[in-house]
Design a protein around this ligand. Sequence first.
Ligand code: SAM
Ligand code: SF4
Length: 336
Amino acid sequence: MSEKQTLVDAFGRRVTNLRISLTDRCNFRCVYCMPPEGVPLLAKSRYLSVDEITRFVSVIGRLGVTRVRLTGGEPLLRKEVVEIVDSLRRVDSVYELSMTTNGSMLASLATPLKKAGLDRLNISLDSLEPERFRRVTLYSQFGRVRSGIDAALAEGFPVKLNVVVLHGISTNEIIDFARMASDHNIEVRFLEFMPLCGTGWRPDLVYPIGRVREIIEQRFDLQELPRDDKPAQTFSIAGGGGKVGFIAPLSEPFCENCSRIRISADGRIRPCLFSDYEVSIGDLLRTHASEERLVAAIRYAVANKPRGSQFADEPFTSGRRDSEVSMGPNIRSIGG
Ligand code: SAM
Ligand code: SF4
């Protein structure tokens, strides 16, 4: 692959993964993600259209970005979600098309998403007990999420469950989740709580992922799998099926091998989740700018991808959601 067809940042990391936020709205209020009253929202008219998202993915695909994940907010709230999957599936460069969802609407959407060509699903499930689930998400939708997971498995989707481990809330379910991975031959990934989004810094909720791993290792025989550029350190569980993964951006940062960038629902490229730095490409897409201009903006964003590891040294201070982040002057000059 020639240099022209790749995206490499200032630290030599090649960008191959894109996360697209389809909406900033959500039907849950997870304690670690959104305040109960919600957050200021974008006007839906600012969202990138299906065609704009597809064009962006085609252009960045020609620069070597082949893995695309749809996320949010809650991506299944976006009314064109199936249409978006269908459209992105037709982009030749898209090698893998996946989604991260809270699963609450999957019971009815798993089949159309599968038909449209979605490859895999990560579903968030922070507790196996309905009352504890309500404490974390603030909504009593445990049954709907479980039905959503069943529907996804019935459709044959490879499913990973995302579990944010919260000190004093979910720590006593770690073994139950590992057993679930083994019994159902799925991957359960334990996420360390990150001080992001609308909740600010809550050290009381952080439970180091190393301790989660130790607890599981006391009961299960784990065999480490190659990590490559993945954020999760993943292990197969010996003697049965299933895998467990550990994601620890705070205590074990993986920035060194990060291959991702993100784009918000209204078209702001965020090269790093832990930095407010962004380049808006929304207006370029809305005004049908040339591919050359789009590529220049994408390369500019990637060139400014922060090294990232300062997160480990200085805990994140912003706490701002992407709908609140202001655009700096350099961003306006590129996006306008
Ligand atoms: N609404 C979808 C969902 O919950 O799966 C997709 C968006 S959500 C922001 C993506 C993932 O980030 C979820 O697995 C969620 O648990 C995780 N997440 C959100 N806030 C987090 C935080 N402060 N610390 C750790 N993980 C977090
Ligand atoms: Fe919504 Fe996902 Fe955030 Fe929970 S983690 S509030 S489901 S966006």
